[in-house]
Design a protein around this ligand. Structure first.
Ligand code: SAM
Length: 192
């Protein structure tokens, strides 16, 4: 196995407002592949806007024929995606739920439609839910029954399991509509 990239997932605000230390605003992610000479990387599926080309329209005069810089690029290894907040439609009751946008980039980059994706620590089953949205298959493993219930609802769309009603978290207002965010600067490999 080889590590291809050390990625930083940077987010907007820490869950806990630290007063006596510098609060965390990132999580590290390792992009690993089994064989560095043979792996899936769908660069076209995850390209983001390249500010130089798309906004500033600068010309690269180092080329034999000066041409405008390209308007899209593969993201670098610092990714910005907002954390999941209570007001977001995707919010579930779990202390470390990952945003769908983060998993969206990882899954698009490293798998094909119909690929099988394993998430051994499923939590709220974000990985399984996004895999399904993107036409992938998934196996998710989770030790806590409460979170398995979330997964059954989120991935299979079940509304009841073993006599228990599987409802999304109750909210006293309309959640913000879901945004598809694959365009920020900051997920055949594995990400840890
Ligand atoms: C960091 S959370 C995963 C969050 C998930 N990516 C999401 O978006 O919701 C890790 C999860 O792994 C589960 N877990 C911890 N140890 C486990 C084990 N040995 N087997 C299965 N699940 C485990 C925990 O209950 C927890 O829900």
């Amino acid at each position: 196995m080889a590590i291809l990239s050390r990625i930083i997932w940077h987010y907007d605000s820490s869950g806990l407002q630290a007063k006596k230390y510098f609060g965390s605003l990132y999580e590290p992610i390792l992009h690993c592949v089994k064989d560095p000479k043979n792996y899936v990387f769908n660069s076209d599926s995850i390209k983001v806007e390249a500010k130089t080309g798309a906004k500033r329209k600068l010309i690269d005069y180092r080329k034999a024929v000066p041409t405008q810089y390209s308007s899209t690029k593969v993201p670098g290894n610092v990714w910005y995606f907002p954390r999941v907040r209570y007001r977001m439609a995707e919010y579930e009751n779990h202390p470390s739920q990952k945003p769908e946008s983060l998993l969206n980039r990882m899954i698009l980059a490293s798998s094909h439609e119909g690929s099988l994706i394993l998430d051994p620590f499923a939590g709220t089953f974000t990985c399984g839910a996004v895999a399904k949205q993107l036409g992938r298959l998934s196996i998710s493993i989770e030790s806590q029954d409460t979170y398995v219930d979330i997964g059954l609802r989120r991935v299979f769309g079940w509304s009841e399991y073993k006599g228990k009603i599987l409802s999304p978290p109750a909210k006293n207002y309309q959640p913000k509509p879901k945004k598809t965010n694959n365009n920020s600067e900051f997920i055949q490999g594995s990400f840890f």
